[in-house]
Design a protein around this ligand. Structure first.
Ligand SMILES: [Zn+2]
Length: 205
């Protein structure tokens, strides 16, 4: 048994299987009740994630999973596991533990890849997976995942003055707000807007 069963469980079913090498496994489905205390996020404990085809995402604190700090300790242990999937599990666990609220865009990945004529990145599926993992890991802890409408102009709004730059194209990785003059990194700016919109929806802005 790889982990102890909680108290008062009802065993619903058991499935016995044998591997080609002759090992036997029993998978047991159990049912039990848990009390989850809801946690109210604050602006400080909420983070926004902006999808990135290169780096999976960039968050509202300018971090990205491409940067080594997310993985430094996890790396060694992950060597023998299917890398990408376990990285996403690891990432969603770290985010769900570190924050009480996570705001994320509701992107239509297939539509995006075709409509904007981008080469389909493996991160397209990865982001959807990350969202799924985050949803249940946050819910398990009584925390909040806020899905931002896909029409919300997260990339085009200047997060400082809220001016909407309708001229912004996909090629613009950095831009200067024509209204207030702020120099903006496209992904970080979008992640901050996603966070702010998430806080507004949560009623904590
Ligand atoms: Zn501005």
């Amino acid at each position: 048994m790889h982990r102890p069963l909680p108290q008062n469980v009802i065993i619903k079913s058991a499935t016995i299987s044998q591997t080609p090498t002759g090992k036997y496994y029993i998978a047991i489905v159990v049912q039990y009740e848990v009390q989850i205390k809801p946690i109210t996020p604050t602006v400080e404990t909420t983070i926004g994630l902006d999808y990135s085809s290169k780096a999976l995402f960039v968050d509202s604190k300018t971090n990205s999973p491409d940067y080594p700090k997310y993985y430094r300790q996890a790396e060694a242990r992950l060597k023998r596991e299917p890398r990408k999937l376990s990285k996403r599990h690891q990432l969603s666990r770290q985010i769900a533990n570190a924050y009480d609220g996570v705001a994320i865009e509701n992107l239509n990945m297939r539509g995006m890849a075709q409509g904007l004529n981008l080469a389909k990145s493996t991160n397209d599926n990865g982001f959807g997976m990350l969202k799924t993992f985050l949803a249940y890991k946050l819910a398990d802890q009584g925390k909040q995942l806020v899905i931002i409408d896909k029409w919300y102009p997260s990339s085009k709004l200047c997060h400082i003055c809220k001016h909407e730059n309708k001229e912004l194209t996909l090629a613009d990785r950095n831009w200067t707000c024509p209204h207030c003059g702020t120099e903006l990194d496209r992904d970080v700016n979008a992640a901050i807007n996603i966070k702010n919109e998430g806080c507004r929806i949560l009623g904590i802005a």
